[in-house]
Design a protein around this ligand. Sequence first.
Ligand SMILES: [Zn+2]
Length: 216
Amino acid sequence: MSSLSELRKRHPDNFGWRLWNVWGDGRLYSAYQCDAFADEPTFTAGCSHGNDVPSDACACGVHYVTNTENFFTTVEYLNNPATAWDWPLWSQVYTFGAAIGGTTLDFNEGEFWLERPRRCATYRILGIVLPGLSSNSRFKVLSALVLSSPRQQELAARYDLPEVHRHKAHLAERYGVPIMTGQYSIGDYGNLVHAGRALEQKLDKCDTLAEVASLG
Ligand SMILES: [Zn+2]
């Protein structure tokens, strides 16, 4: 008998946050590799180079940011109209999860997320945060400022905010994890999993990360 907090203490490098987008059918897909869909709460990265993921020989793996504050501070930065990327912001979703098996640092040495992200082969989603509804107004500002390219306009038409909120029920059903919307403080995100009693009770029975992965 263990608990999530004990598992985190034993495996401090194996828990972290990821940025995803939501597809039209309510599935999450990688914000960096748009053909990588998470059909289930357990998501495994492939490697086209024939290496065992994660390998020092290539950049493949499921990437995540271990520090909650670093993650959301960077998300804020990415959503700032002055610094925004060519990015479908209106379909963003953030997950907290467990890295199963070995982990290593990002291939890239940069600390773009205020830390150098880690990567693993398999990541088990344990909780989902949707952007706050306040991002509606932010999106309108963004639309006027940066949605100028044909691709951005096409994406805007497809994903008018709050697209992710329309998918909330689908996300809950598909991934079976607690979901928060973004009007909470960063400190609350640390307790995300505890918002889902059923999942927390299952996690309490897990002594190892492998058992977390096999929750189904
Ligand atoms: Zn590879």
